[in-house]
Design a protein around this ligand. Sequence first.
Ligand code: DMJ
Length: 618
Amino acid sequence: MPPPTLLPFTTPRKSGTNSSVLINRPAFRLTEKFLLLLVFSGFITLCFGAIFFLPDSSKLLSGVFFHSQRTSITGSGPKQDGGRELEGDKLSKIREDHEKALREAKDTLQKLPEQIKKEIKEEKQKVVQESANKKQAAPRLPNVVFRKPVGAIGREPSDPQTRERQAKIKEMMKHAWENYKRHAWGSNELKPLSKQQHSSSLFGNIQGATIVDALDTLYIMGMHDEFKEAKEWVEKNLDFNVHAEVSVFEVNIRFVGGLLSAYYLSGEEIFRTKAVDLGVKLLPAFNTPTGIPWALLNIKSGIGRNWPWASGGSSILAEFGTLHLEFMHLSQLSGNPVFAEKMMNIRKVLNRLDKPQGLYPNYLNPNSGQWGQHHVSIGGLGDSFYEYLLKAWLMSDKTDEEARKMYYDAVQAIEKHLIRKSNGGLKYIAEWKGGLLEHKMGHLTCFAGGMFALGADGAPEDNSGHHMELAAEIAHTCHESYDRTATKLGPEAFRFDGGVEGIATRQNEKYYILRPEVIETHMYMWRLTHDPKYREWGWEAVQALEKNCRVAAGYSGIRDVYSTQPTHDDVQQSFFLAETLKYLYLMFSEDDLLSLDHWIFNSEAHPLPIIRKSDKIQ
Ligand code: DMJ
């Protein structure tokens, strides 16, 4: 995806929210009250103590205090006879009264913390109620009958080795989650070496990327307590009413996608509400002359713009082309066709345009509706646009014929103009720069093996075998890019020129940031072929991750996959929990866990159910 750029409005915010500020203010006043009361009661106790318990205090009592008492009790002048006896009675009565008062004061003091707690609780409830009232004011969502999801909980793998491997991957998830929770809870990501939170400008002031991205992985792994705490965080803290310039694409695939999946798996209404709420906030991004959305949007002001580095103010193909799955579901769950309409308009704009050699350039100007630079990539800037064409067709229960045609036409052009074979027999997908090929393949491009495999079944002209072959060749090349390193993890990009094959030659392409794409392809290949080598390749990746990326407080990316002692980049990416670990877990599960016949994974591995004709909200 596009290189991260620092944005002007993206000052990271601490994890506190407006509501927590509201809660804290009254608590402080109550503490003050409590202290004053404590000092006052202490003072009273001291006075009584001085009178009754110091050695000479009884004199003081009989001389001064008792005198006034006596007068008030008798209502007459002092008696001479038997006065001593009378004084004794009254003294003990006063002592009794005093002890009673002390007991009462003590009781009150003991009750006070409880009372304070009660008052704080009441204040909190008031704040929650107020925000609930606000929510009620938002447009009501239609009732949907929640269908029990198919294959959301898996059975144990029958084969003992697979069971053991699956358990290992769950343990990795626990390690990643628990450390995020311990050191960075509520923030977007974890810095596992610094043991601090990591902020990314991609999400502006929106918080909790790891929580939302991890929800469905926690769910399918049966991590119920963790899922519950994540849900509670979403309920209380996930706030989109913030002044934040965000990447529309990133927020869509991670937050909208994560919330939708959590809803479809658990049926918890809060996830539907939050997903639709966020979807509505993203709509102003489409306010451009063509309806091609801006890359960046301030979700408070509704002002959008494009990345300053993008060719001639263009929007990016992989960004505006990776909204379709989530937006179709937003229309489905909100009963509001606006989300789907925005998607169909993007299609219309694309279909009106001439495509150079049948290829889709990475840049499209949202004002003029014309292509920017003629660069084509199946990796960064282009990748998931193609993925979403295929998945739009599959997710529509194979009714979206337009998407199907666009996908298979695009694959044909890609094969003709971008796919090449190295001297050593490795098939790779190059980058196209205005007609010239750059013989480099990105780690991101490796997702294409899985995509070709998934699309093989529907290939026109009985071409399914050919698509499957292509998928297997790309999977092999990507595995080679891992196998040819010291760490057995693959570089960000590898080249097929200057005498090398499948190896990174530039220092700035040697890093690995816990990306999923190669493992993703192995998962699809395993599920669709059951060739055991894919599980073996997946297991090699697990071992390499454990050896090179696991640290005491989570998982970190590494700077050089060719180094025997790589240094860490100190970021546990949220997609490690959303994608890398989920695809690994699925690879070591039975096929009916999130079966490919029922679920479509968005670009962040969030499963969305196929929308059957009978499901459509009219
Ligand atoms: C993820 O956020 C998504 O898969 C996206 O489409 C591109 N790549 C990253 C992880 O590599």
